[in-house]
Design a binder for this molecule. Structure first.
Ligand SMILES: C[S@@+](CC[C@H](N)C(=O)[O-])C[C@H]1O[C@@H](n2cnc3c(N)ncnc32)[C@H](O)[C@@H]1O
Length: 394
């Protein structure tokens, strides 16, 4: 597929995607416009409210903030911030609803198509007995009804279908027509930064529906590409989507904390916005598992939004909104991770840990970024934060 020919203003309609009626689409496009309006016109007003009203009043009262937690406590009483927050939350709930209706209407057809593929390029392996860890099952992450693992019928893939379409609205189209900006940005970086790395096998941990996995098929045509995720509906749909797009990937339902792959099986392990959805303990386990799974000379890289230490307390407070208001309980903790510490704990050695900022691949074509990361603005920053560790050569 020549991605350069895709319309940057529309999600690419592959054969596994739930396509909306015109009524459904107009509701969905309204949500996209609302999210864009909130990110670009309403959210910036919070800075004005903070600088012109909240901060001077706090200083006058002897309550000058010393951390992003203090900023949050001050902003919590501000009417503008509260109104913006209420609209932000509503836009999120509207987004899921607007897509669910469309998926529900077509679910029989989507499942039939997925099952009808008798000569797949790749594979899908499910594990119905796999326990779902509490950090995923406790709440509907980012308010997605049923979460990643919820199943409402036999062989269900509906939440994968919902996720595929909704992410395009969540990112306001700014992760590209294939929602693949994270995988493209990361694989571009890996090829440039590690020219000698010719991976035989690549693993995408927490692959979801494969938005970020498929770019590795193109980036490393000689490699076998694998994806693991906890959610059966995500894995089933990821397989259907990859096949619909003619990409060979081996997907399996597994916990990235402890997989069934042999030691040293991979030369490259990646994840994209997985870390912020796992507990502090789980990310330590995931790093230990990455150490076990990597061959000597291999590398693990995780992509996220930037750590709070790289921003002002006000900016961190804005980015941290999701922790308390968008059912993302581990969001805040994940933005405090120190890569060297993680690398040491996992066995790589502290000096093998790294963090970098990389450019967004999609941004190079689309110059309409805010350059600021804030709540509900995934894909808006024009760059990504990555961290990870390199396993020493034998
Ligand atoms: C925000 S989604 C990102 C999906 C995908 N990486 C992408 O770039 O579109 C996070 C995914 O991580 C999965 N996940 C969370 N914890 C996991 C774990 N311990 N093992 C495997 N998958 C996990 C979730 O089920 C979810 O599909």
């Amino acid at each position: 597929m020549n991605t350069a020919t895709l319309d940057p203003n529309r999600q690419f309609e592959h054969d596994a995607l739930a396509t909306p009626t015109s009524e459904e689409e107009s509701r969905q496009m309204f949500v996209k416009s609302l999210k864009y309006h909130l990110a670009t016109r309403v959210a910036p007003g919070n800075k004005l409210a903070y600088e012109a009203r909240v901060l001077p009043e706090a200083e006058k009262a002897g309550r000058a903030p010393g951390s992003y937690h203090d900023v949050r406590a001050l902003m919590a009483d501000d009417g503008y911030y509260r109104l913006w927050g209420a609209m932000q939350r509503s836009s999120q709930e509207m987004m899921w609803r607007s897509v669910q209706v469309s998926v529900e209407r077509q679910i029989d057809e989507l499942q039939a198509k997925a099952k009808g593929n008798t000569a797949p390029l790749g594979s899908v392996t499910l594990d119905p007995d796999m326990p779902i860890p509490g950090y995923i099952s406790a709440v509907d992450i980012h308010c997605m009804p049923g979460n990643y693992h919820g199943e409402f019928r036999e062989d269900d893939l509906s939440n994968g279908a919902v996720y595929d379409r909704a992410v395009w609205f969540y990112a306001m189209g700014r992760m590209g027509p294939l929602n693949d900006d994270m995988g493209r940005s990361m694989s571009d970086h890996i090829k440039a930064h590690y020219p000698g790395l010719k991976p035989k096998r690549v693993l995408d941990m927490g692959c979801g529906v494969g938005h970020s996995t498929l770019p590795y098929v193109d980036a490393f045509p000689e490699a076998e590409i694998y994806g693991v995720d906890l959610g059966a509906p995500m894995i089933r749909y990821a397989h259907a989507r990859a096949e619909a797009m003619g990409k060979k990937v081996h997907y399996s339902q597994q916990n990235a904390e402890k997989t069934n792959f042999p030691d040293g099986h991979f030369d490259l392990i990646v994840s994209h916005i997985l870390v912020h959805e796992t507990s502090n303990k789980a990310i330590r386990n995931i790093m230990k598992e990455a150490y076990r799974l990597l061959a000597p000379g291999g590398v693990v890289l995780h992509l996220e939004t930037p750590p709070y230490r790289a921003m002002t307390d006000f900016e961190a407070c804005m980015l941290d909104w999701d922790t308390r208001n968008n059912n993302e309980p581990f969001w805040g903790g994940s933005h405090l991770i120190q890569p060297e510490e993680m690398a040491e704990l996992a066995g790589f050695g502290a000096e093998q840990g790294f963090e970098r900022t990389i450019p967004s691949a999609f941004d190079q074509a689309e110059k309409q970024r805010t350059k600021i990361f804030q709540a509900g603005d995934f894909g808006g920053g024009g760059s990504w934060y990555i961290w990870g560790a390199e396993k020493e050569k034998a």
